[in-house]
Design a protein around this ligand. Sequence first.
Ligand code: ZN
Length: 245
Amino acid sequence: MNADLQRLIELQRLDSIVLDAQRRVADEPARRLALDARLETAHQHVTTAKEQLALSQAARRDIEKDLAVQQGRLSKYRDQLMAVKTNVEYQAMQKEIAFAEAEVKTFEDRILEFMLAGDELTAAVKKAEAELAAEQKAVEADKKALIAEMDEFKKVIGETNGLRADVIQSLDPKVLAMFQLVGSRKNGIAVAEARDGICTICHVRLRPQVFNTVRRGDDILQCDSCNRILYFVPAAVATATPTAP
Ligand SMILES: [Zn+2]
């Protein structure tokens, strides 16, 4: 095979490694934001649970005040009952007492309901806090893993760029310029394998003469359709690649 064509195939392989690693590195801020969002959600759950508990406790305190007022009235009425002179007054006072007793009973029932709800809301706060603690640990671990992953990608980019520089140096500048021009227009993929008479990337059938030339591997030819630089992998080489037993 043409030596430059062979170098281009290697350069494309290295470029694709760098491009992929760069995309992964570019994903880092979004992945960090996603981790922060997980933490924020867990914090929000705790805040909401605490707010609901506080609202419930405030409402209970209001009813406790109402109860105290009503209990005060009741004991006042009972004192006054002792002092009434007439039967009419006595009956009127009895009526007031019955009303106040009913109110006291209603408030006591509601306080009991709030106490039960309070237990559930307190449990919900504890559960949300436990989930937050677990999420903090998980997110911390994920952030560490993310840093390690990014370090690895950056290392790969550095090493691969070193190898690229060697390949680029040995390439005919004109061939390199063609490779770079096509790559810049084709999302970083400048070479395409020709197989069974077809460009395997744009899937357009090549002219027989083009395919035959590409098969010989002596010249650098571009696909008529996508302009990518074509290469051919002989069957012997293809079968030589290790496969699973
Ligand atoms: Zn093509």
